[in-house]
Design a protein around this ligand. Structure first.
Ligand SMILES: [Zn+2]
Length: 280
């Protein structure tokens, strides 16, 4: 294939950020920190290895996902507790914040709501940064491991992918059928997963998560939330997923309630202000 004479000049054009985020509403991290300091634990859920579990966090509460027993990656879904059609929008969160999320960044909800569902308030892996391979933790670039892709690529029938784990957990929590629940499962925040894109081929890669027991990712619930977390069958995702061959461990979810007075002045964010007339 021949190149145009100005090929190098075209490649040398500097990129511009698609969505400059300096006009995003800023979370009041000092307020959240003060509220968290006086919060008390109100519930906890253990997610068994290769399974998922649901949890609820009211607006104004905090929830913490922790590694226990061994390195393990978790696939997180969030819904508005009163309306499952409002759910985490991985792609837009990536467009607004980048490929991996950490403290001060948000999990945004789907259209037509597009508001913060949760704000990350604590990350014991915040030291990791971006490694020499371009990898980092807590990505919003992967989807969730699922039995359909395994069937497509290898003809398998595997039932403990995160997609199926989340489907069963949501069905059990809500009373929906598996078929109804499955339609609400969506692309995830990959908690503790270490991922990136190869520089030479642009392929999605994973590597052993740096997470160790005691590490955590903590969130402030901006709206009333129903969440589901799957302890991925990939374990620390160092080699493979979508099978029972990796070492897997449970995960812990804890919910903390602050003193309501500590959140004075804070309001749960309204839904997006676009008028939805779409030009008609
Ligand atoms: Zn998975």
């Amino acid at each position: 294939m021949t190149q145009p004479v100005d090929a190098d000049a075209r490649r040398a054009v500097r990129p511009v950020i698609c969505y400059p985020n300096d006009t995003l509403p800023r979370p009041d991290m000092a307020l959240y920190g003060a509220a968290r300091a006086g919060a008390r634990k109100v519930s906890e859920v253990i997610v068994p290895a290769r399974e998922a579990a649901c949890f609820r966090a009211d607006a104004g509460q905090f929830f913490r996902i922790s590694s226990v027993e061994g390195p393990q990656v978790g696939d997180l879904n969030l819904w508005n507790a009163r309306d499952l059609s409002e759910r985490f929008y991985s792609g837009k969160s990536r467009a607004l914040h980048g490929t991996h999320l950490s403290v001060g960044e948000r999990m945004w909800s789907s259209f037509p709501y597009l508001r913060p569902m949760a704000t990350i308030t604590g990350d014991s892996l915040g030291w990791y940064g971006i490694d020499e391979f371009g990898g980092s933790v807590h990505d919003v670039i992967g989807t969730r491991c699922d039995p359909y892709t395994g069937n497509l690529l290898a003809g398998t029938q595997y039932h403990h992918c995160c997609h199926s784990n989340l489907t069963r957990a949501l069905a059990d929590e809500t009373g929906l059928s598996l078929a109804e629940a499955e339609r609400h499962v969506h692309d995830v925040l990959n908690v503790f997963m270490c991922t990136g894109f190869t520089r030479d081929t642009g392929q999605y890669f994973m590597k052993a998560s740096p997470v160790r027991p005691g590490d955590y990712l903590e969130f402030f619930a901006e709206i009333d939330l129903l969440g589901a977390l799957s302890a991925c069958p990939g374990g620390d995702c160092s080699s493979e997923h979508s099978s029972d061959s990796a070492a897997c461990f449970p995960m812990l979810i804890e919910v903390f309630a602050p003193d309501p007075a500590a959140l004075s002045g804070w309001q749960s964010p309204p839904v997006n202000g676009y008028d939805q007339s779409h030009g008609r």
